[in-house]
Design a protein. Structure first.
Length: 341
């Protein structure tokens, strides 16, 4: 099993709000060296919007000997704009593949909700609410969203054909577990697969349903926040903040517990190893915008899946970087080190 982690170089989860505002190449290089040499990863899923950033971070990772899974993000784009963006990124990825090899192209993720045009709703948050409301879950269960997935698969077929015109390596897609994807289009099966209260009893069984396609199965995202009860929320662990005036704060009663995140990650890795998945990518290394604070109401890191917690100044941080490791950093490093051949 490839030992992976997600690494975001800047995604617009909200309009005009970039998840990583600064792109200091010396910092990026140093963090990727830590991912390789201290976390013992042999693969990294590099996600982001800007083609130059994606290309440069991927180049640094490839030079270190990491396998790169280059993943463009264009949240709330129209399908046409997203397709154009994918082609630009595919050209950049092919330039790197010709020099370094060892790069896989991920043609987007969870497009039924992350792009406009499949589900109703102007923003990702509106579409998320529709998809995962009680009524929405029933719709999915009863197969009443088959039209959405037909439309999505037509789109994926068209974009994958365009990508393969320029990129000659392996191509995959990071699907949500609710999406019904035509896996004939791809070389590997990619799945964002979080364990939570609602699927804990059949987490492995959900995964096994993908073996029938006779292709390597990859868990592209799994992870947990670092507070009490976060292990039950899985992919919705981030939803513990609220706006008070102009400021985003953490809801009252959220209690930091880094052992929750550390245990979740190693326990899930045990399950994924048991299932012989091809690769597993912990979500995520860092969310720089969600800084740690000793006051729990202002501690936005509680809503982050990062295995390191951002701080204000380099002198507060690890190796002069503006973050400190959480317990999950150390437990993941130990786990991956023991997995090394």
């Amino acid at each position: 099993m490839l030992r992976g982690i997600n690494y975001d170089i800047g995604t617009f989860y909200r309009k005009d709000e970039l998840s990583r505002p600064d792109f200091d190449e010396s910092v990026i290089k140093k963090e990727l060296e830590i991912i390789k040499n201290e976390l013992y990863c042999d693969a990294v899923k590099i996600t982001g919007h800007d083609t130059y950033r994606l290309s440069k971070a991927s180049e640094f990772a490839l030079q270190l000997g990491l396998q790169v899974w280059l993943t463009p993000s264009h949240i709330d784009a129209t399908p046409a704009d997203a397709a154009q963006h994918l082609v630009e990124c595919a050209i950049a990825a092919e330039n790197l593949r010709l020099i370094y090899g060892n790069i896989i192209f991920v043609s987007g993720f969870e497009y039924s909700i992350f792009l406009k045009g499949f589900m109703k709703g102007e923003s990702i948050y509106e579409r998320l609410e529709k998809m995962f409301s009680p009524v929405g879950l029933v719709f999915n269960l009863l197969g009443l969203r088959a039209g959405i997935y037909r439309k999505l698969n037509i789109y994926l077929r068209e974009t994958t054909q365009q990508i393969r015109t320029y990129f000659k390596g392996q191509v995959t897609y990071a699907s949500g577990t609710w999406e019904k994807i035509n896996w004939d289009l791809f070389d590997l099966i990619g799945l964002d697969h979080y364990r939570a209260a609602y699927n804990r009893a059949f987490y492995n069984k959900q995964l096994e349903a993908y073996y029938k396609f006779n292709k390597p199965v990859v868990v592209m995202e799994f992870g947990c926040c670092a507070y009490m009860g976060a292990e039950d929320k899985g992919p919705m662990g981030w939803a513990v903040t609220e706006m008070v005036g102009e400021r985003r704060i953490v809801k009252d009663g959220v209690v930091r517990d880094e052992s929750v995140q550390a245990n979740y990650i190693t326990q899930t890795l045990d399950q994924l190893k048991q299932e012989n998945v091809h690769a597993a990518f912990v979500f995520t290394f860092i969310n720089p915008m969600y800084k740690h604070d000793t006051n729990p109401r202002f501690d936005l890191d509680l809503a982050s899946f990062g295995i390191v917690k951002p701080v204000d100044e380099p002198e507060e941080g690890y190796k002069s970087l503006k973050w400190q490791p959480k317990e999950a950093f150390d437990s993941l490093a130990l786990y991956y080190r023991q997995m090394k051949p």
